[in-house]
Design a protein around this ligand. Structure first.
Ligand code: GSH
Length: 222
């Protein structure tokens, strides 16, 4: 198999998801760095638009085939490299894990993406405190629902669960950890989510989450 290339930016939480999946599955890959702030955003260059016309990070290249969208990339990796799995075996369980993942990737993250922030600030004229209020508002809407789900699942299981899906790392953790990273970056209050905090702490005890983290990337400026 040829080595995979991942177009990535250290602070991109969508790329962070894919990096976690790659490290979790021990898949070797090369990073192609796209700086979202330099040169007015390298994701907008003609060269990168040939890779991803959506002008978004991440993109994965496998043997000349380009796959975009972090969840599509991770599902592709799951099919190509099934072990260790990021989705449970039973269809209903897979549905539940995907629902958690989508609640982050489809309903929280897009509202807080860089291009949305730029539009709010540069076109609609909101200031930084209002921008940060917007970011934390949508994170708290989404996290409140995830927290309820995790607390309900724990009650049903009758014992503490290490990760979003019991004691197995899953696609839900792959999406949750980068979103918590974002929430911390923008100083959103997180103390009201004990279950999310527990999952975050447990995941961050694992090497793969560190290897994929923004501070471990060669393009990091932290
Ligand atoms: N749904 C996409 C979202 C990708 C996305 O929003 N990427 C952000 C970084 S986290 C980006 O490239 N933003 C560049 C911009 O807004 O100009 C995915 O999951 O891959």
């Amino acid at each position: 198999m040829s080595e995979l290339s991942l177009y990535t930016y250290y602070r991109s939480s969508a790329a962070y998801r894919v990096r976690i999946a790659l490290h979790y599955k021990s898949i070797p890959y090369q990073s192609q760095y796209i700086h979202l702030l330099k040169e007015g955003g390298q994701e907008k260059t003609a060269a990168y638009q040939r890779i991803n016309p959506q002008k978004l990070i991440p993109s994965l290249v496998d043997d000349g085939n380009i796959i975009t969208q972090s969840l599509a990339i991770i599902e592709y990796l799951e099919e190509q490299y099934p072990e260790p799995p990021l989705l449970p075996g039973a269809p209903v369980e897979r549905g539940l894990v995907r629902a958690l993942a989508h609640s982050i990737a489809c309903d929280i993250h897009p509202l807080n993406n860089l291009r949305v922030m730029n539009y709010l600030e540069q076109t609609l004229g909101i200031d930084k405190p209002q921008r940060d209020q917007w970011i934390c508002h949508w994170i708290s809407e989404g996290f409140a629902a995830i927290e309820k789900h995790l607390s309900q699942a724990e009650k049903t299981a009758g014992k503490k669960r290490q990760y979003c899906w019991g004691n197995e790392i899953s696609l839900a953790d792959v999406c949750l950890i980068p979103q918590v990273y974002n929430a911390k970056r923008f100083h959103c209050p997180l103390e009201v989510y004990p279950n999310i905090n527990r999952v975050y702490k447990n995941c961050m005890e694992l090497a793969v989450f560190h290897q994929a983290a923004p501070e471990s990337q060669d393009d990091n400026e932290l």
